[in-house]
Write a protein that binds this ligand. Structure first.
Ligand SMILES: [Zn+2]
Length: 257
């Protein structure tokens, strides 16, 4: 492994921890309808405004020994672990694509960037559905619009055949419109279906068998979850997102190596 590769991998890991940090914040704020970009972060215990030094992913936690700088209250280790996990996910995703800077492969870089946006969408769905048992429309819209932009890119620049993806996007948009304007305060069936479609979306580029894989891993997770605790309300989307990310990385590994 060359020095350049190590630098790239290190950079990927750091990017992943920043994404993880952003996602934990977004998972907390989106259901509360709070601004995720402009509003400052506060310590939930003493309400002190956190500065830049308190917000560096992973590092801040280590420097502050897992405690708030202002009131000494323990910061949940979960955030620290999630940042590291997210770093590992983005790192593995990068490695799975066999990215190199010696050969400039524009299409692969684009796939990589949109892949990261896709993974962010999945992490948000996973987090929010686990915490709140709901899927906010903002997240779905974010996913659908980034995927639409990717479609436009594929069609114009790479002259790809995007018919079946257009179908997917169209169905999702119709469902989201129905959900927004027609069904109010009801069981969100259309949200559920569009989430499922969105989840399978990026895997279509890799291979259809990945979709079968996702289903199998999800069922495994559910089985394990059922064995551990009896009668738990299953955050099915959480399991789906996790298995989707795993499959995405695995499929890329088999494809690019
Ligand atoms: Zn504090």
């Amino acid at each position: 492994m060359s020095i350049i590769n190590i630098i790239i991998y290190f950079f990927l890991f750091i990017t992943g921890t920043v994404i993880g940090s952003f996602c934990t914040l977004a998972v907390y704020r989106i259901p509360l309808k709070k601004d995720i970009i402009h509003e400052h972060s506060f310590c939930p215990n003493c309400n002190h405004k956190l500065n830049v030094l308190d917000l560096i992913p992973v590092i801040s936690y280590l420097i502050l020994c897992g405690k708030c700088r202002y009131c000494g209250e323990k910061i949940r280790i979960r955030y620290f672990l999630l940042e590291i996990l997210s770093g590992i996910i983005i790192l593995l995703f990068g490695i799975s694509l066999n990215l190199s800077i010696e050969i400039l492969e524009i299409s692969k870089y684009c796939y990589f960037i949109f892949g990261i946006l896709y993974i962010i969408t999945l992490m948000l769905i996973a987090g929010i559905s686990k915490e709140k048992r709901e899927i906010p429309k903002e997240v779905l819209l974010f996913g659908v619009s980034t995927m639409s932009i990717y479609m436009i890119y594929l069609f114009i620049v790479e002259k790809a055949n995007i018919d079946r993806y257009i179908m997917y996007l169209f169905v999702m948009l119709v469902l989201l419109t129905i959900d927004t304007f027609l069904i109010k305060n009801k069981q969100r069936t259309s949200t559920a279906i569009s989430t499922l479609l969105l989840m399978q979306f990026f895997l279509l580029f890799t291979s259809p068998r990945a979709i079968v894989g996702t289903a199998i891993i999800t069922l495994l997770f559910i089985a394990i979850g059922n064995m551990k605790k009896k009668k738990i309300e299953l955050p099915i989307y959480f399991y789906l997102c996790v298995s989707n990310i795993i499959l995405l990385i695995l499929e890329n590994f088999t494809y690019y190596y």
